[in-house]
Design a binder for this molecule. Sequence first.
Ligand code: TXA
Ligand code: MG
Length: 345
Amino acid sequence: MSMKTILVQADAASIAQAASLLRAGEVVAFPTETVYGLGADGTNAQAVAGIFRAKDRPADNPLILHIDQPGMLAQVTDSVDARAQALMRAFWPGALTLLFRRLASVPDIVSAGLPTVGVRMPSHPVARAIIAGTGCPIAAPSANRSGRPSPTTAAHVLQDLGGRIPLIIDGGASGYGVESTVLDITGNRPVLLRPGGVTLEMLRDVLPDIEVDPTVLQPLASGQEARSPGMKHRHYAPSARVVVVRGEASDVSETICRRAAGAAVQGLKAGVLCAEEQVDAYEGLTVYSLGTTADEMSARLFGALRAMDAQGVDVIFAEATQTQGMGLALMNRLLRAADFDVIDV
Ligand code: TXA
Ligand code: MG
């Protein structure tokens, strides 16, 4: 697979070009408020197959359909209950993906053969304009090579998919920097499958009885079936090994400094991801501050993992964070990038 990839700024002309490529069954990368997406016409199975090819995505990992107006939902599902309506009123357009029972007209490949389908109405004006211009639900996973950190800039998309897709629309850095929250509302109780831009606390203000799937912060137990197929694949991973260190701040920095020195003895280059207020504890090391708030830290995480790779880091030591608010999405992504390699101190 090798083709010329064009990267252009988002404007009326490039948005129209994106919509016309999508209508013709091609794939196009575009910005959303969470991360960049790789879109295809969600009603066209062949077009959707192009997404799996470009990303090297396992065929058992379902995609999210993106709509630009509530009316489009009727093309995808007929099971919109009062809970769904309350959630849509509160959080759409925005960073919330809801799972619905899927209509037979939705191609199997979109939801990897599952009876459900994920739907999201993004708030990003460029994403909305592209969907509106195409006129159909757009299937779009994050626009990274499968397994890599999700792209939060057009340059990240080019790194991963250059030569494999025809067009990247550049709309600047993603606001959230982590993906949407995925909520399964097809059962008796709503289940949070992936924490994201809309926090658990915000969701519970609307539906107090939401459960959190155990795989949000723990590995899938052996023999257990994944409710979200994406959770069984290694994810968000840079080339470097990632180790999460959890505990009291001074113990964490002491442990990381000791481990980093140990890595250096073995000829390995160590990097550190930490909170802004901890930077001084890592003098002399390759440090990347993620910021002070969980919102800031999650927005910078994926870019930081890519930056560590670019600097030739072999092993990344990352400070664990609290799990309130956006902290839950942040820890979920960090733990997966680390493949659950955690040191408790
Ligand atoms: O913010 C986002 O959601 C971005 C932007 C582009 O919208 N998209 C995104 O898509 O992150 P993707 O494919 O990278 O992640 C979708 C996740 C996967 O973990 C997948 O397994 C899960 O949602 N998922 C999708 N449909 C599902 C379904 N029917 N049942 C269970 N899990 C589903
Ligand atoms: Mg993804």
